[in-house]
Design a protein around this ligand. Sequence first.
Ligand code: SF4
Length: 389
Amino acid sequence: MDAGLKRELEEKVYVGERLTRADGEALYASDDLAWLGRLAHHRRTEKNGDRVMFNVNRHLNLTNVCTASCAYCSFQRKPGEKAAYTMRVKQAVEKALEMKDEQLTELHIVNGLHPTLPWKYYPRVLRALKEALPDVSLKCFTATEVQWFEKISGLPADEILDELIDAGLASLTGGGAEIFDWEIRQQIVDHDCHWEDWSRIHRLAHEKGLRTPATMLYGHIEEPRHRVDHVMRLRELQDETGGFVVFIPLRYQHDFHDSADGIVRNRIQAKTTMASPAESLKTFAVSRLMLDNFDHVKCFWVMHGLSVAQLSLNFGVDDLDGSVVEYKITHDADSYGTPDTMHREDLLTLIQDAGFRPVERNTRYEVVREFDAPMSLADRRREPQQVWA
Ligand code: SF4
C-alpha cells in the first residue's frame, strides 16, 4: 500500500474517524498483517481494554431436517435420510438438562427449515426449556428460521416474535447472514431470506427490546469487497437501531470427510479454498476497524482453532465463544482435531495465557463475573507455557 494512504488510514483510526467503503477495501488489500493488527488492537483496546468476554453456553439443534440445500452446508438432511433427526419437546428438554451443570447461562438453538413441523412446536419447546431451566437464556433461531415460521404459520414476524418472547426467547442468533451481496449470495444460499428480510427481522427484534448478534460467513467464493459491503450494511442498520451486541465473522469450512451416509453435501468446495489463518486475522481486524458502532467482535474458536483464537485477541477480537459441549453445524465438516468441548477453566487459561483478563458475560453482554488479570510476562516466563493445539 502507498505510504501516504497508510498514514491517512492510521490517522483516521487514531482520531476515531469513520472509515469508508474504499478504506475497508484498501485495508483488505494490505499485506502488512502486523500493521492491521496494531490498528485493530488500538480500536479494540479503546472499547474493551484488556478484557476478553466469554459465556458458558451449549448448542442445541432441534432438527437437522431442512427444505433448503445451501451450497456450504453439511448439516442439513432430507426427510427419510439415515442421519435425519427431529427432537420431540421432551427429548429437547432431556438433552438440555444433561447440560445443566457447570453454571450454564445460555442455550444457543438453531435448526434446519423443517418441512412439516408445525410452527407451534417452536414456542412449545421454548416454554418447556424455560420451565426446566429458568435461569438459562434462550438464544434461538436465525432470521432465516423466523422468516420460515412466517411461511408455515401465515403469521407476520411481529406476532411470531411476540409469541417466542412470551415463551422465553432472550435473543435471536446472528446466523443466516452469510454474505449479503446478491452476486455471491445467490450462489451459496438456497432459501429466500436475503438482506431485506434478514434486516427486517433483526430490526423488528431490536424494536421489541431484544439485542442480537450479527454474523458473516467468509473465506469461500466471496471477495474482500463483499465482506466490506456486508459490514457496511450492518453498520448502517446498527446506526438506526443500536440493537446489535456483537459481530461474528465465521470461517467457511470444507467438508473434508464423508458423513455417515457417505454423501458430501458441500457443493462449493471444488470452487474455493478455505481462508488461511492470516486471512482470518485480517478479516477480524478490518471488521473491528469498520464496525465502529459495534461494541464487540467475537471469535468462534470452533471454526478457527485455539491458536488462531488466541491470536485473534490481538486483531480486534474481545469475545470468545464459548463453552461448547456439542456443536454440529461446522463440526460435521471439521477435521482439524479442534476439540468440541471447552469448559470454563479451559477458557480462563486460554484467555490468560494470551495476556488478557477474562470476563464472564450473559447473553446481553452484561458482566456476570470478572476474573484476575494474567500474570506479568516476566512472571509467566518463569514457568512453562501451555501449548494450545
Ligand atoms: S444453512 Fe440452514 S437453511 Fe441452509 S441448508 Fe443448512 S440448515 Fe438449511
